[in-house]
Design a protein around this ligand. Structure first.
Ligand SMILES: [Mg+2]
Length: 358
């Protein structure tokens, strides 16, 4: 969830207003564009979008979910028709989210319900949640491991289920019935498994606490070669009418990383690890003919631009025209790049051309 829940119509009105502001700013910079050709292209109508897709022969669409297709619990207007039209036209569609709370089946069920799509239209293969990419990464990394790897997970049940369904690894967690605190004496007396663990995985755990941090720290201390894997490194999400910062998974991983001084392997957007996994799983995806559609610059758009895809920003999520203006176009902000194209909302991406639509 990004902004407050409001009607589908007002979400579109808001996003249209943001696009108008972005256009105004981009127009002011037109002389720079003439010299550098660096500015994002704003596609204002369905016709503009279709012409762009045709010109660039886009065949594959990667969708971020929250802020693009829905703003929980409501779908964005036109999202359903967008997905239906892409599938009708034999385009490849994948849903790629940093949310590790769900496994693939749960994500498919959620999208089917929110977008009111026919049952069985979407398949598990289309779901690239960061819980899935995490499981795939672990599976590949430990392919030739002599014993069954042991993975300590700080995260949701959905993340644990996904790792177990993709691998046959031993997944261990800290019971929610244990105390949240841990004293020096408790840690000194705590009984750790005889066998060292092979990886600590951190997903977004809303029950993250000091005891889990202590246990993860000593587990990594006991095996210097064990991995520290993050489902994503998001700093925060926005909640509520006044855009309060909800700490993201990056904050939790950083606590473990700081206590252990380990390197972090990020398997979520915008990492190249995720892109490598994607290419490995779906070798037919051609980045040059792929559009990554998202609402965040530091994850979705960076994932697109870093991996030579067309990075499309929709204005129905966290990014505003003011954000675009703030980061500028000089290319020095590598963490928050400008998108390739901007469209107000996903309803403009629809192969069933409607003369009256805008
Ligand atoms: Mg999003």
């Amino acid at each position: 969830m990004t902004k407050s829940s409001s009607s589908a119509v007002s979400i579109i009105e808001e996003s249209d207003q943001e696009v108008s502001k972005a256009i105004q700013w981009l127009n002011e910079l037109q002389d720079i564009n003439d010299r550098t050709n660096k500015l994002p292209i704003v596609l204002q109508t369905q016709k503009d979008v279709l012409e762009y897709l045709e010109k660039h022969t886009v065949e594959t669409f990667l969708f971020d979910c929250d802020g693009v297709l829905y703003r929980s619990p409501d779908s964005i207007a036109g999202a359903r028709e967008c997905i239906l039209s892409l599938l009708d036209n034999n385009k490849s569609v994948y849903f790629i989210t940093n949310n590790a709370a769900s496994n693939r089946q749960q994500l498919r069920a959620k999208l089917t319900t929110i977008l009111n799509l026919p049952n069985n239209l979407l398949t598990d293969d289309m779901m690239i949640s960061s819980s899935y990419s995490c499981a795939q990464y672990l599976k590949q990394y430990f392919t030739n491991h002599e014993t069954k790897p042991i993975i300590y997970v700080i995260g949701s049940q959905g993340l644990c289920d996904e790792i177990k369904s993709v691998t046959s690894f031993n997944v261990i967690t800290t019971s929610e019935s244990e105390s949240y605190s841990m004293t020096r004496e408790e840690l000194a007396d705590y009984i750790f498994p005889d066998e060292p663990i092979d990886a600590v995985v951190v997903g977004h755990d809303t029950s993250f606490h000091f005891r889990k941090l202590c246990i993860a720290t000593v587990l990594l201390q006991n095996n210097p070669t064990a991995l520290l894997v993050a489902t994503n490194m998001d700093s925060y999400d926005l909640v509520g009418n006044d855009g309060r910062h909800l700490p993201g998974n990056g904050a939790l991983v950083s606590a473990v990383q700081y206590a252990t001084k380990r390197s972090i392997i990020n398997v979520g957007k915008p990492s190249t690890t995720l892109f490598d996994l994607l290419q490995n799983q779906y070798p037919t995806i051609d980045p040059q003919r792929t559009m990554m559609i998202g609402d965040r610059l530091d994850t979705d758009i960076k994932f697109g631009t870093d991996n030579n895809m067309i990075a499309a920003l929709v204005m129905t999520g966290v990014t505003t025209a003011a954000t675009l203006q703030q980061i500028g176009i000089d290319g020095t902000n590598v963490d928050e790049p400008q998108p390739t194209i901007i469209l107000s909302h996903i309803g403009l991406l629809n192969y069933n051309y409607n003369n009256n639509s805008s």
